[in-house]
Design a protein around this ligand. Structure first.
Ligand code: GLA
Length: 382
């Protein structure tokens, strides 16, 4: 009797310990897997807009909404661990519905300019919506930055998948284009963006993200003391309408040479025809290394806070833009006014006006094929 009671007790202990190992006990707070958080953020044309928060174990936090796939905020620590939001934008959805220069937005179908809003494909000339003088810029009047995307949290990947189906003929572009953009926050304090698109008719595609960065923190003055390095021996010079001439010009001996880190403000005021055309830097760099492979192409360092942003991409180019057209007309987060040079953009991309420049890497996407590209912005401090 006693024996069997003992045996029962043992079995019970064994079973309890077994069940303890099989039922998932809540892991200690630190080891909690990070999961995207979703909240309502208003609506556009009756369509609900959601805001997703992605956090890294180290504390970086990205908030992205389904309207325009916009990066609403990006908080990263400085060298003392103090967090700041390094992306320009607005506190609420309303701000993004006013006229603004693509703060944080996904850009499509075609990032940057297409001259005169025209191009030929398979012998047919397509006329696009023009919205930048005579040219088409960033996808037209209602580009992907103004669409409400369908969002889906990816808990395992700590990501957010956004999908938008652009109808055949939208803004003048041929083909029904299905675009999927996945934002992921990795354990390396990286905001990774994976772009993919398919079409049912041959078309052109050039997808990017237009976040305006200020590593001191948004609204904290200009970015002229930020030090920048871009791994590019050449850039594509432009005409007065910021359309590439088609040449690839060596950066050597010009204010466009960022092969070694230089303060952005060091040469921006020089009398240089290209800087004049852009009112500062607003140029596409021909990135070194093999396009199609994810490689580090740029690094930004902000000396007063120690924040560092490293940019990696599979794209052949990057548009380096110094917020030349910011004019204080947008009242941003916390009532901050964004003046000229309040931020910089590093828009990874195919070259501007590629559909009219046979010599540039092709942006054509054939019916039934899938384009794919990746860009990652990695944050740290030193
Ligand atoms: C891009 C362009 C700039 C400007 C901004 C938005 O960076 O190259 O010329 O249009 O977008 O204001």
């Amino acid at each position: 009797m006693r024996r069997s009671a003992c045996a029962c007790a043992l079995i019970l202990v064994f079973l309890t310990s077994c069940s303890n190992t099989t039922t998932e006990a809540p892991p200690p707070a630190k080891a909690q897997p990070l999961r995207p958080m979703k909240q309502a953020f208003g609506s556009v044309d009756g369509k609900p807009v959601d805001l997703y928060t992605l956090t890294s174990a180290k504390g970086m936090e990205a908030r992205i909404m389904t309207y325009g796939g916009i990066v609403v905020s990006l908080k990263t620590p400085d060298r003392t661990g103090t967090m700041a939001d390094v992306a320009l934008g607005f506190d609420s959805l309303d701000g993004y519905l006013t006229t603004h220069p693509y703060f944080g937005a996904l850009i499509g179908r075609y990032g940057n300019r297409i001259a005169k809003g025209r191009f030929k494909l398979n012998g047919t000339e397509y006329k696009l919506a023009t919205n930048n003088g005579p040219n088409a810029l960033h996808g037209g009047r209602k580009g992907f930055d103004k669409a409400v995307w369908t969002g889906r949290a990816l808990p395992e990947a700590n990501g957010l998948e956004l999908t938008y189906i652009s109808r055949d003929g939208e803004e003048g572009y041929p083909g029904t284009l299905t675009t999927t953009v996945t934002y992921t926050v990795t354990g390396e304090d990286e905001l990774r963006i994976d772009y993919a698109a398919t079409t049912d008719k041959d078309t052109v595609v050039n997808l990017t993200n237009h976040t305006y960065f200020n590593l001191k923190g948004q609204g904290e003055g200009d970015i002229l003391a930020h030090q920048l390095a871009i791994d590019a021996d050449r850039f594509t010079p432009v005409d007065s309408g910021l359309i590439p001439t088609g040449k690839r010009q060596a950066v050597e001996g010009t204010p466009f040479d960022f092969r070694k880190p230089v303060a952005i403000g060091a040469r921006i005021g020089e009398s240089d025809a290209q800087l004049k055309a852009g009112k500062g830097y607003d140029h596409n760099y021909v990135l070194n290394g093999a396009a199609g492979t994810l490689r580090k192409v740029a690094e930004v360092y902000e000396p007063s806070t120690g924040r560092v942003m490293e940019v990696s991409t599979t794209e052949p180019g990057v548009q380096f833009y110094t917020g030349n057209f910011l004019d204080g007309s947008n009242k941003g987060k916390g009532g901050k006014v964004y003046g000229q040079r309040a931020a910089l953009c590093l828009e990874t991309q195919h070259f501007p006006d590629s559909p009219n420049k046979p010599d540039f890497p092709s942006t054509m996407l054939k019916a039934g094929e899938r384009m794919q590209s990746t860009t990652a912005y990695r944050f740290s401090a030193r």
